[in-house]
Design a protein around this ligand. Structure first.
Ligand code: GUN
Length: 299
């Protein structure tokens, strides 16, 4: 049976470290970290994620601000808000929850966030730093950064020569994940919907990351015995067995099959999910350290 990689416990350790760093900032008379979370519209899943981000920020001792805007908010108004947050010295991190309503150009909004407050790591400056291996000064997207910490718990920091397959090529997870694995000396392949014989490719992976958003797509016989499996998917599916209208969360990996083959695997829920929020706190406290002229903490 595979080792279960406990994301809740790992995230708890990151949050505890963030709290200690916040106390250190306060002891030195520095501004406490400020995080602004912006949500546009009523997408229920986004509302749950955003509430969780704001709650954890408060728990960390941050100055936590949430801007909840109606689905009809215009692009110009959102750009104005970003401009105000960029100029506000009490704010060190700005996160605009995606997806945005169709009438707003998400790319334009993301690029309007000042790179030194871009704790999501989506701005071209941070994407470019990650792509060129400038990890020491980049903000790395939270889900891949958290996934790397979970991989390091099992495999250590140097992944030299290991074969890694990332299934999914999104800008939020797949591409930055591949860059992080490359920086850790893995041999990396990115697979996607046009990849030929995906099961055979997946079976070559010492580290398999699934980030496609398709419930239980990765089957047990896609997994190399002993592999480290990171399941980024959070999919809500019907669960009629639990009662009418009930649902449950599953990942992109068929867990019951995979745990029989993998060496270590993240569960859903309780794997990568909690790490995403913890790394947002880590990026925000790092931003506050830099704003205070201090050396950036490493997680
Ligand atoms: N929507 C889904 N994941 C993310 C994320 O990591 N950041 C933002 N801003 N929106 C998301």
């Amino acid at each position: 049976m595979a080792e279960l990689i406990d994301g809740r416990s790992a995230a708890g350790e990151v949050v505890a470290r963030v709290k200690a760093l916040v106390a250190g900032l306060s002891a030195q008379g520095k501004t406490r970290p400020g995080l602004a979370v912006v949500i546009v519209g009523e997408d229920p899943a986004s509302q749950v994620y955003v509430a969780s981000k704001s709650r954890t920020a408060k728990e960390c001792g941050f100055h936590s601000v949430q801007h909840t805007l109606s689905a009809e908010t215009g692009e110009a108004d959102l750009l104005k808000l970003i401009g105000d947050l960029n100029a506000d010295p009490a704010i060190h991190g700005i996160l605009v929850q995606l997806p945005l309503p169709r009438h707003i150009d998400a790319g334009k909004i993301i690029q309007a966030i000042a790179p030194h407050k871009d704790v999501d790591g989506f701005n071209f400056i941070n994407v470019g730093k990650l792509g060129t291996g400038e990890l020491a000064t980049a903000f790395v997207p939270c889900t891949p950064a958290g996934s790397m910490l979970l991989i390091e718990r099992v495999r250590g920091k140097d992944l030299s020569g290991l074969s890694a397959v990332v299934v999914g090529r999104s800008n939020i997870v797949g591409k930055p994940m591949a860059n992080l694995l490359l920086a850790a000396n893995c041999t990396v392949t990115i697979a996607h919907s046009r990849t030929r014989d995906l099961p055979a490719l997946a079976r070559t992976a010492d580290i398999l990351v699934a980030a496609v958003g398709r419930p239980e797509m990765v089957r047990g016989d896609w997994i190399k015995p002993g592999a480290t499996v990171i399941d980024v998917g959070i999919n809500r599916i019907a669960a009629p067995g639990k009662g009418e209208g009930k649902s449950r969360l599953v990942g992109d990996v068929a867990y019951a099959e995979a745990e029989k083959v993998a060496g270590a695997i993240t569960p859903v829920p309780g794997g990568v999910g909690p790490m995403t929020i913890a790394m947002l706190m880590a990026n925000t406290v790092a931003s506050a350290f830099l704003a205070g002229g201090l050396e950036r903490p490493v997680f």
